[in-house]
Design a protein around this ligand. Sequence first.
Ligand code: URA
Length: 236
Amino acid sequence: MERLDKIIASQGKYSRSEVKKLVKAGLITVNGKTARTSDVKCDVNVDEIAVEGVPLNYKKHLYIMLNKPKGVISATEDTSQKTVLDLVPPELFRQGLFPAGRLDSDTTGFVLLTDDGAFAHRILSPKNHIIKTYHATLRQPLTDEDITRFKEGLTLGDGTQCLEAHVKMLENRENVAEVKICEGKYHQVKRMFASLGNKVLELKRVQMGNLPLDESIPEGKCRELTKEELEQIEVR
Ligand code: URA
């Protein structure tokens, strides 16, 4: 059981003081009855809360798929540059959202935004082996030796050791390689190819775990994941 104002404020649309005002104005109902105080205790699994007649649709956490364009940074705030959070429309926004894993400003594709810290930790920890898949446009095609070195675990220019990774050239796409890694070191994919004397010209994240980017989401747009899609990220 939790206080009514805390439950409503946790959904990110109203602050606790706004909830208090709405209660005073008689605009919040619990199980169809007007709430008299904002500290009344409710059970989110049982009680039907409505604000101005709209059911609360309580969600403990939010999980959003964003198709990141170039020129947007994977931070929660920045004074000069646009961040991934700036792309979340007001109806989806809530306090506490952050990107679970960063993409460089010039990398495009799948960014998962959530306010679930434990989930983010699970999908990012290399120990859990959640594969992130990228399409990398390369200056020159891969060699068989490159593929073997990715598999053995590359050593980056500064001596950083990478875990086993998988790479192959995509058919029907000129000089585009599919790269699968389960860690997220700084500029990792670009530095992996640099260590082989190659260069990444374009980079896009296309999948996290078993969940591909929904290519019908235009760049710069996002949508909430379904429960089934969310599960696909951690399925192995
Ligand atoms: N590897 C990179 O080099 N950049 C990214 O944005 C993601 C992975």
